[in-house]
Write a protein that binds this ligand. Structure first.
Ligand SMILES: *[C@@H]1O[C@H](CO)[C@@H](O)[C@H](O)[C@H]1NC(C)=O
Ligand SMILES: *[C@@H]1O[C@H](CO)[C@@H](O)[C@H](O)[C@H]1NC(C)=O
Ligand SMILES: *[C@@H]1O[C@H](CO)[C@@H](O)[C@H](O)[C@H]1NC(C)=O
Length: 439
């Protein structure tokens, strides 16, 4: 367990990788080392804001061709089709961008790291009732000129933001204007595409959306404490600067945790030692998401905000037949077929986490129509399409020239949660672009 306990900033790469891979394994967090944390005071940020509907002063009025058709389309229903000959612009992702010189976490750079099977680059998502155009970086920058796009959530939000910035970099050179690594790696990050684009993309580490103190902030701590009625800084105060906000979270909720609300413990997850009301991961995620979206609707300072996109969970694919650090825990080389009851079946917890997003976003959209006309809510539903892609995670190829093309030892750190970039994560961004354009 040593790797899971402490991560020093100077620790070796494999150790860091082992650390985050361990985090993906929820059962490990059921092992307890220390007494529960107590938070003495709770800042109730949510109550600081009043409701006030605001007229929109700006909107994303640039429409793309085909948007009207696209809006009728359920892009989450479809299949992955082999697109080997047209891996680039057609949408397979194969040659859209080269991650080598991108400001991107090394572990996602599967090509550079020597992932031997390149097939994962050449599958294109084909929705059942429409075509999904590949993101056009120049058009994307035009669409967001003078605006700020923020990704808020866990490392899957960062994974997607970094892939996007790398892709946009094929059209314009970004400047990294803010980085805050702290102990957990990339916490708050901002890239600027300077004039004439004037587009900023930021990421905010906020795996529970609300404040958490514990393992998610310091891997040396075994427990998670989640304060349900306190939003996390700095995203909540940066709301005023955001035009488009993308929320991608969910993976941390199945961790064992103690929940506080209004200064009191209101429940636990996976903490039988505490003899408190057990709360399921999806029920907590739903509660937190509801409050977050309500807060966004209520926050009068967020008067630039036009679009909030909430992403459904993209399932991890650790092969249950092996331990997480076995070389074959993540070695599939082909997508699953579309059989939703077969291999690509979404697990019960993930299905519930997804449902929470669909229902809470629908409720927020209804509330916003009344209280914040002009503020749009969308669900970026990637659960099904991601569930079919066990072949597109970094696997054991998480550092540069991993294994030098040679054999992989039987025990090796594995990432079967994040996505290679380029890879299917670019499809998430293709859909995001249509949502931004579709306002
Ligand atoms: C983007 O960031 C740069 C550098 O901090 C800043 O000068 C610019 O005003 C920002 N643009 C937007 C649209 O937020
Ligand atoms: C657990 O809590 C219940 C209700 O407060 C109490 O009756 C019971 O004795 C507690 N069990 C233990 C083992 O402390
Ligand atoms: C938002 O405003 C509504 C209506 O005033 C209020 O009932 C609700 O508690 C507020 N929620 C948050 C999270 O600020």
């Amino acid at each position: 367990m040593a790797a899971a306990e402490v991560e020093h900033s100077g620790s070796s790469l494999p150790k860091k990788l082992a650390t985050f891979a361990l985090c993906a394994i929820f059962t490990l967090s059921l092992i307890y080392f220390s007494p529960p944390l107590i938070i003495s005071s709770t800042t109730n940020l949510l109550s600081q804001f009043q409701t006030r509907a605001r007229a929109r002063t700006t909107d994303l009025s640039t429409h793309l061709p085909g948007v009207a058709v696209w809006k009728q389309c359920d892009y989450s229903d479809g299949k992955w089709v082999w697109d080997g000959d047209h891996g680039g612009a057609a949408g397979g992702g194969g040659s859209r961008y080269d991650s080598e010189n991108c400001d991107m976490k090394m572990t996602y750079k599967c090509v550079i790291n020597g992932k031997p099977d390149g097939g994962y680059l050449h599958w294109r998502w084909q929705p059942a009732s429409c075509n999904l155009p590949a993101l056009d970086p120049a058009a994307f920058l035009r669409l967001l000129r003078g605006k700020r796009l923020a990704f808020v959530g866990d490392s899957t939000a960062r994974n997607q933001a970094e892939a996007l910035v790398c892709h946009l970099a094929t059209a314009a050179r970004p400047v990294t204007v803010r980085r805050d690594e702290e102990r957990l790696g990339r916490k708050f990050w901002r890239w600027a595409f300077p004039s004439p684009h004037d587009v900023n993309v930021s990421t905010y580490w906020s795996p529970f959306l609300v404040r958490s103190e514990g393992h998610s902030e310091d891997y040396g701590m075994a427990h998670e404490v989640v304060v349900l009625d306190a939003l996390t800084e700095p995203w909540a105060s940066d709301l005023a600067a955001m035009d488009v906000m993308v929320i991608s979270a969910g993976h941390w909720f199945p961790h064992s945790a103690v929940y506080y609300d209004d200064g009191e413990i209101v429940g636990v997850h996976g903490r039988p030692d505490m003899n408190r009301t057990e709360m399921s991961a999806p029920s907590v995620y739903r509660k937190v998401l509801r409050r977050t979206l309500e807060h966004v609707i209520n926050a009068t300072m967020a008067d630039k905000l036009e679009l909030v996109v909430v992403e459904t969970i993209a399932p991890a694919h650790f092969d249950g037949r092996y331990s997480w650090n076995h070389r074959d825990a993540c070695s599939r080389q082909r997508p699953y077929d579309g059989d939703v009851d077969g291999e690509a079946k979404v697990g019960d917890t993930e299905a519930e986490l997804r449902k929470a997003v669909l229902e809470e976003v629908a409720a927020a959209a209804t509330a916003a129509r009344r209280r914040r006309p002009g503020l749009r809510f969308e669900v970026l539903d990637v659960t099904r399409l991601a569930a079919m892609r066990p072949d597109a995670h970094p696997g054991v190829y998480i550092y540069k020239n991993a294994y030098g093309g040679g054999p992989v030892p039987e025990t090796a750190a594995n990432d079967c949660l994040h996505w290679c970039a380029p890879g299917p994560v670019d499809t998430f961004n293709d859909i995001l672009m249509q949502m931004i354009a579709g306002g």
